[in-house]
Every structure is written in structure tokens, then in C-alpha cells.
Design a protein around this ligand. Sequence first.
Ligand code: URA
Length: 436
Amino acid sequence: MRNHPARLIRKKRDGGELAGDEIRDLVAGVVDGTLGDAQLGAFLMAVCCNGMTPAETAELTLAMRDSGRVLRHPNVPRAKIDKHSTGGVGDKVSLLLAPLVAAAGVAVPMISGRGLGHTGGTIDKLAAIPGYRTDLSCDEFQQALEQCGYAMARANAELAPADGRMYATRDVTGTVESIPLITASILSKKLAEGIDGLVMDVKTGRAAFMADESDAVVLMESIVGVGRAAGIQVSALLTDMDHPLGRGLGNALEVAEVLRALEGDCPTDLREVTLALGAEMLLLAGVATDLDAARATLIGLWQDGVVRQVFQHNLQVQGGDPRIVDDPGLLGRAPHVVAVEAQRAGYVTDVDPLALGHAIVDLGGGRRQPQDAVDPHVGIVLAKTLGDAAHVGDALAFVHARTAAAAAGAAAAVAAAMPVGDERLRRNQLLKRRLA
Ligand code: URA
């Protein structure tokens, strides 16, 4: 006999601590539908208002993980380590990081999400690669991991299905912003991948999911603690999202930046965040003794072209056109490309990622609603970044748009997001904190 949902909801409402069997009963009700929408909404609101202890959060995470299939990879002897980012604008790190870390002998099973709102999603970026399949079955995902050392797929209904219903309900009940619910949502899906370790990239700053740094630190600590309680190794970096990462913003434009990065032409911020996360992954996998050695290994593999080969192999395995590596033009291009020019001389005093992220959504490159289609080719390429000198008429950025009217609208938004003034500002520290 299951515990009665109304009693459990009252217990949480009144500040009580739920036991493991009580949490498992609630999650079982989420999956088989015996917990009604009103009850689920009430439970989520009670958690949102009263929080959960670390023990409750761990129980919730494990119950959500076990609501579906939990992958095992018996044919992959390497350590299996994934990375998860809370997301931002221009964050194409996963596309570079997975082949980089796989090249170093670590298996990377990576299940990712789509973008919603101003933050992009890895699945949408991969969709900009002609032919690339992210709708892999669990068996195909395992095979891709065995064949090329990493696999990238979207979540499917077999993995942590409780999260799908809980997330959709949180979205419409004002209960997204709860640290225990975010922790359980992220970790249940990651644990279902069959990983030995996880490196979290928790972003903070204007365009981050957790804009406030102290909230981001609480999330970081929660994920590390609960992940360890669930039996995997976890470390976390707190990284800056007060400015965009890299220069290409928008799905195909970000893939193009990754292709250039594979050839060695990589913006410093993107390179630093990728190497820092990659070094943490090698450390968790036990293939490097310290962060400096891990970093040196990754730089060597990147310079020698091994990472490029692994990336190309993954394209072949997952159906993507492998010719894009030699000919990025095959990604295609939006018909209208418009320069946004400096109207005065000085320095770029801001590159507002939130405003740029919203401009990309307005161009059709992101979603307002979950069912919205995404235009892979539109976006913004930054020609200058924070603190760069600009003369009158210099291009600050290029807008890639489907129509001339959309280009004009986005160009005005970009001009406002990238003011030029007298002060020469420097970017915040990229890596703000490490928890390992
Ligand atoms: N990402 C997730 O997967 N879940 C959350 O709750 C928040 C961000």
C-alpha cells in the first residue's frame, strides 16, 4: 500500500521531513499518473517553499533516476564522465569538450537538452549539423559511445521519465526556482546515463539560470553533495555568464566556431572554460594526476589534431555530414548578414548577453514556447568584445537574419547591447570558484 499523497503533501507543507519510502511513493505516482496534476503542483509548491534536507533531495534524485531505465555500458571499460552546464549565451563548450575528453581516453555519455528562452541548448546546436541525429534510442546511444568514445543525444522517455512531468508542472506552477528540485532534475537524468562521474559548470551572471552568485554557489554545493550521496564522483566550477562565451551566438554560427576551434582558432574564453572543465573530467576519470598534467594532455591532443579526428568520427557514427569539418560552408548561412557599426570612437563598454540572447530569440534562433521551431542559421557574430577599441564605422557585430526586417530589428538591439564609451573595462574572472 502506498502512502496517501494528501498526507505527504501536508507533511511537506508543514515543514516535515519526508522519508525515503514516502518520496518513492510520490514519484511512483508521478510516473503512473495516480498523483494528479493538482497534487503534484501542491507537492512541488510545498518543496519550493519549505525546501528539502540533503537526505530528502538524494532520495528524490534516486527515485527520479529509477523511474526509468538506468543505462549500463558493459562494453565500455573506460571511466564514464559527463559534464553538465546550467547554460548561457554562446555556450558551445559541450561540442568541443566531448571529443577533447574522449580523445584523452575517457568515455563521455552526454544527454543534453534543447534551449528555452535566451539560453541555447546543445541539442539545437547539433541540429544545425546536416544529418546529425540526436534522437538516439538507448541502444544506439550505447553503440555510439562504444564506437567513438562519446555520444550526444536528447533525453528520451525511457530515461528519468518522472522528470519530464515534474519539469512541465514546475514550469506552469512557479516552482522552477527550487534548489532541491533543480538538483534532482539535473542529477536524475545524468545518473540514468550510467556515469561514474560528473563535472558541473554552474554559471552565474546576467544571462545565467542562477544570476545571483550566492544562489549559484548553493546549487553547486547541493549538486556536488547529492551526486556524491548517489554514488558518483562530482566536482563543480562556478563560471562567469555576465558576458557571452566566444564570438558566435546562434546554432549554426556556434557550430562554425567549434569547427574553427578544432583547427586551433579558438576565442580565449571558450578555450579556458573548455580546458578547465576537461581537466576536471580527466581528474575524475583517474587518467591524470593533477589539473596541470590534465590540461597539458588536452592541449597536446587538441594541437595534434586528434580531437578533430574524434569529432569527425562521431559525425560519421551519428549521421552528421563529416565534410563540414573541412568545409564549414556546408552548414549553410542565413540570407541577410548585416554589420552593426560603431557610431563613435572608444571602447566596447558592455556586451550584454541577456539582450543578445533575446535578440536571437526574436530572430527565430531560440524558443519562446517549447513547441516553437528554431531557425538554425540566424544569430549574431561578435566582431569585438568587452574592452576592445572601436573607431567610427568599425563593425561591432554581424547579424545573420532570415529577412531584412528581422536583421534591422536585431541590429538595433545589438547596437544597444554593445555600447561604446571612454572606459576600458575588462571581463570578470571567468573561473570564479571550484568545488572538488
Ligand atoms: N535544468 C534541468 O534539467 N532541470 C532544472 O530543473 C533546471 C535546469
